[in-house]
Design a binder for this molecule. Structure first.
Ligand code: ATP
Length: 514
């Protein structure tokens, strides 16, 4: 645990030091759970967004993208169920006055038991060596089975109580498990209460004519209210999807863990409209498609797992999360939800407008069912950044800090470095920058010894360093150094563009997801 905390602290410090993420309005001591993306962060975020958009919109001929407004008519949120049901159960500790999400306290308790299972596995792995069969061990080891049963029982009870809105039982569960305030150890808890997560604001100039609005807590509703607009103007035939990326706002009770849980964040969502009755098949298909997209980035196969929901949101009939192994453990990165006809059906009721599709093959109209894929851009950013940051021991005994961001996502693809600041080398280097910058971000750096410049580019995550030396003046070749392998090769300047393009091209990467 201590190691994980240390690693996480390093990620946060590194993100600031290298222009990825700053605390919002830092000169005024910041704003809790709100962050700004710096010069490198903005690029990484844009590249992740593009990686998603290309995969979802450009490569699917039956998916189109929109950009709906953040402000929506307030009735939207009555129809969507957010006014009544977008709550989190909160609990206060009477001694420390700290506020927690009751469900998260229980889930963290379960995560500790799961960590014990992992420990047993690690021990057995060591003992049995190559002959170790993890699946069999998990299915038969009595201690592991005991832990697993404990986890299942607790989560089942939590799920049931939350579904029945039995908040007294959630408190009882916390007390029975002896859960203490993680910061102070106190077990002196208040009752559990519901808390609505939407931010309210006002539209209009004078107090008496102003209209109460909400900042959207999800982008999905902008898609639902535009369902017919897009279907008609795009002549879309079911099954088809509408995608969008954009800001969402939630007044999170416990906003910890850096950009993992923010009050203002960005979502990348896609709603896929299908025939009623075909949702199961599409739900499975989208689960598979999305996990392949994640794995195409090569962050590590064992960093992902599916988690099927015990407690379903008010709109869903099936739901699963893709969880990612963040520095603080496995947590939700993306949700895949079968939303039935809940949203469109309710918008029909509240707006008195028909939101149906005429299916020429079936010769009838119906409200389509919906499969949603919903991923937090900031969480994806954290997944990439936290996995990428490594400290490597080098052969000469020193260490280097390197940000192994997948080349396709790296903010800057190459740095061009003249070996010395004279003899015409800077001019040649600058010319290379001017050629390459039409295709991707390139940077020029002439300060300090070249070894230090390599380290700087490693730490900021630049996949390639191109060094111009005296030989360049004779034969138009340069050395190109690869960030991850540190391997250096001599290549012709004319070949640089195509060499780098091959490694950073979105097509090369996305092909792995098919
Ligand atoms: P959690 O259980 O972690 O609060 P959620 O189940 O409420 O998440 P969804 O409503 O399914 O999340 O939202 C879809 C995605 O939006 C999530 O998978 C996550 O990546 C992202 N997301 C949700 N809330 C936040 C937040 N406060 N900060 C950053 N990203 C978020």
């Amino acid at each position: 645990m201590a190691n994980q905390d240390d690693q996480f602290k390093k990620v946060i410090a590194h993100a600031k030091e290298y222009g990825y993420i700053f605390q919002s309005s830092e000169i005024y001591d910041g704003l809790s759970a709100v962050y700004d993306y710096g010069q490198n962060g903005a690029e990484l975020k844009k590249n992740i967004r593009e990686y998603w958009w290309k995969a979802m919109v450009q490569l699917h001929d039956n998916i189109v993208g929109i950009d709906a407004a953040i402000f929506m008519h307030p009735t939207t949120w009555k129809a969507s169920g957010h006014v009544d049901a977008f709550n989190d159960p909160l609990i206060d500790n009477k001694d420390s006055k700290k506020r927690y999400r009751a469900d998260v306290l229980v889930e963290d308790y379960v995560a500790k038991i799961e960590a014990k299972i992992d420990k047993e596995v690690a021990k057995a792995e060591k003992r049995f060596g190559d002959s170790f069969d993890k699946i069999q061990f998990l299915a038969t080891n009595p201690r592991v089975l005991g832990y697993q049963e404990q986890c299942d029982t607790i989560l089942k009870r939590l799920g049931k109580s939350l579904e029945k809105e039995d908040l007294a039982d959630v408190k009882a569960l916390i007390e029975e498990l002896g859960i203490a305030d993680p910061e102070t150890g106190s077990k002196n808890w208040t009752d559990v209460k519901q808390f609505n997560l939407m931010f309210g604001t006002k539209l209009g100039a004078t107090a008496d004519t102003a209209m109460d609005l909400y900042l959207r807590p999800e982008t999905a509703q902008g898609i639902f209210v535009n369902f017919l607009n897009v279907q008609k103007t795009g002549r879309m035939k079911i099954p088809f999807g509408i995608a969008q990326t954009g800001k969402a706002f939630r007044n999170e009770i416990v906003a910890r863990q850096f950009i993992f849980r923010q009050r203002e964040f960005e979502q990348m969502e896609m709603q896929f409209f299908v025939r009623p009755g075909e949702q199961k098949e599409w739900y499975e298909k989208w689960k598979e498609t999305r996990i392949k997209w994640h794995k195409s980035l090569g962050l590590g196969e064992d960093l992902y797992r599916f988690h099927d929901h015990e407690k379903l949101a008010h709109y869903a009939d099936m739901a699963a999360d893709i969880e990612f192994k963040f520095p603080f453990g496995f947590k939700e990165l993306e949700g895949i939800h079968s939303r039935t006809d809940f949203d469109l059906g309710n918008h029909e009721k509240f707006s008195n407008k028909k939101l149906q599709y005429f299916d020429p093959e079936l010769n009838k109209s119906y409200v389509p069912y919906v499969i949603e894929t919903s991923i937090g851009l900031d969480r994806m950013f954290l997944a990439v950044l936290s996995t990428a940051l490594v400290e490597e021991a080098l052969e000469n005994g020193s260490t280097r800090t390197v940000l192994k961001i997948p080349a396709v996502l790296a903010p800057t693809k190459a740095a061009v470095l003249p070996l010395v600041k004279k003899d015409g080398l800077p001019e040649v280097a600058q010319k290379i920058v001017d050629d390459l910058k039409w295709d991707y971000n390139v940077t020029y750096d002439e300060k300090d010894a070249v070894g230090r410049r390599y380290r700087r580019q490693d730490a900021v995550g630049t996949p390639f360093c191109i060094t111009v030396d005296h030989q360049t003046l004779e034969d138009n070749t340069v050395t190109i150094r690869h960030r991850d392998t540190m391997e250096q090769r001599r290549v012709a300047i004319d070949d640089l563009s195509s060499m780098i393009k091959k490694e950073v091209d979105i097509k090369t990467w996305l092909l792995k997801s098919l």
